[in-house]
Design a protein around this ligand. Sequence first.
Ligand code: NAD
Length: 313
Amino acid sequence: MTSFSYAANPVRVVFGSLRALGEEADRLGLGRVLLVAGSRFGDRAADALGSRLAARFAGAAMHTPVDVTERALKVVAEHGADGVVAVGGGSATGLAKAIALRTGLPQLVVPTTYAGSELTSVLGETADGRKTTQRTPKVRPETVLYDVGLTLGLPVSTSAASGLNALAHAVEARYAPDANPMTDLLAAEAVRLLTGALPRIAADPSDVDARTDALRGAWLAGTCLDAVQMGLHHRLCHHLGGKFGLPHAETHAVLLPYVMAHQGLSDAADVFELAASLPIPHSLGELGLTEADIAGEPEAELLRQALDGTRPA
Ligand code: NAD
């Protein structure tokens, strides 16, 4: 018998409407909420929160800069907030997590991309140009509310890159050293949903069924991300992203087919074709890297192929 362990994390996941935000805040006992949201969804989220809204903060940024968190903490303190609601992509979620880490406040997150951060106990933060990552249950949101309607306007290029970021979580769960029958199931279904949805979204970004599949796939992939160890792909993306300031989702999207081929996965060619068909960067060169940048890096051969975007060998 193969030994394994699996622990389900205590997060309430709701697929529904942003209009349920007030009800979900009530479930958490929140009456003075800090809303982390940009202009795109901020007003609708504020309406849904009604009198539970204490303050708004719109400054979330990629890779969770600590100076932004410090500004948001001042707003938390000034308004005596008793919880954080984040509506947005991984950047908004990251700020909510950074606030929760320092205050212990409960979080209600409404993800509008496929990043998957809302399901994890991982927080990456940047200070003085350096990114540090930590894992602690203190940052895992209590409630995640998915509203497919909010994703219909996510541009095709962002959807494709973010969807491949999600796919990477599921792919790495397949060969994780601590993979188990539950994560195998989650990963297989996430791969099926995401690879099926992305070409349909590229053809018609307002296709609600395709958007639903992608968001469900992102949920399952995000669950894998928290449940098992990520491997080579995430290590490379984290290293290159930090060193060269690369965009998060696009870096995942470029490297995924190359890492899959390197790992000998039978569907690596399918993922290469899928990525090639989508309007995203297809090479590290397009992300601004040069031959000199990757010389001496770990996995230099893999990176050299990804530099030009040639079909992985
Ligand atoms: P993001 O949150 O910066 O969003 C990307 C862009 O899409 C932004 O310009 C945003 O305004 C826009 N956008 C978001 N939702 C939209 C919508 N529905 N319609 C139109 N535009 C929309 O980027 P991301 O890729 O979602 O997240 C990346 C961040 O998340 C990085 O900081 C990364 O480190 C972090 N992350 C963390 C984890 C974790 O487990 N800790 C996992 C994945 C990503």
